[in-house]
Design a protein around this ligand. Structure first.
Ligand code: PEP
Length: 249
């Protein structure tokens, strides 16, 4: 089943969040894909209550690597589990830019999330300059090489990678499916070299995914699903994406 992950970023009141959850869980399409919703931290408990008993999974937009201590403002893996999360984004490019998240911190977050039974969704992607100068492959190697450092093949299999070229996020200019598939292949090879994981690594594409283009990333391509920002906010647009993916087989 294709994974469709909805990253709400800094959007939605609790009321809006609950009404999205109510609308999406009511659709039979939501049972034919793996839907993961990633609300803001404060909306997680209310969305968890609304989704209780449904097949829609819940995640957070970040996770810290320590379980407790003098870390003002951080949220621990166990706190997320307690609140009903099964997933956590790690090192989204907006957090890399705004909050200083980096590959080393991502590695610590991935290990802490795995240790607590959360599935990390590790975001990697090159910027516009790296793409236009042809240095994007090298830029990405650094990200997944450090991110997966010290992980066994069994641990690596529990990580989801989201390939999100920064130039494609929120720009209306998605990477095309062939570009995404090329990078997915390189990531699989790199993670195999680093951890020995031969197969089973799940990779999502993210960056300006919409109902019109979502099917192109799935089906026969190398991707296991998509991570969607803008087009995930309106429940009817999100359901249109589910429909496109389910229709696609
Ligand atoms: C994202 O931020 O993860 C994302 C993919 O955003 P958008 O779909 O808006 O490009």
């Amino acid at each position: 089943m294709a994974i469709l992950a909805a990253n709400w970023k800094l959007h939605k009141t609790t009321e809006d969040a609950v009404s999205w959850a109510r609308a999406v869980k009511a659709s039979p399409l939501a049972r034919r894909c793996e839907v993961i919703v990633l609300p803001g931290f404060l909306q997680i408990p209310a969305v968890a209550r609304e989704l209780h008993g449904s097949q829609i999974a819940l995640g957070a937009q970040d996770v810290f690597w320590e379980e407790s201590g003098a870390y003002t403002g951080m949220v621990a893996p166990t706190q997320l589990r307690d609140a009903g999360c099964a997933y956590a984004l790690v090192a989204h490019s907006e957090r890399r830019r705004l909050a200083g998240d980096d590959d080393r911190g991502a590695n610590a977050r991935i290990r802490a999330a795995l240790a607590c039974g959360l599935t990390p969704i590790y975001c990697v992607g090159e910027d516009e300059k790296e793409r236009s100068t042809g240095r994007f492959r090298e830029a990405l190697v650094g990200q997944y090489d450090v991110g997966f450092e010290g992980l066994s093949a069994q641990e690596a299999r529990r990580v989801i990678v989201a390939y999100e070229p920064i130039w494609a996020i929120g720009s209306g200019q998605p990477a095309n499916p062939a570009q995404a598939a090329e990078i997915a292949g390189a990531i699989r090879d790199g993670v195999f070299a680093r951890t020995g994981l031969e197969s089973g690594l799940r990779i999502l594409y993210g960056g300006s995914v919409a109902p019109e283009n979502v099917a192109g990333y799935l089906g026969d391509t190398a991707m296991d699903g998509v991570l969607v920002g803008t087009a995930s906010l309106d429940p009817s647009e999100f359901l249109a994406m589910l429909e496109a993916v389910v229709d696609d087989g």
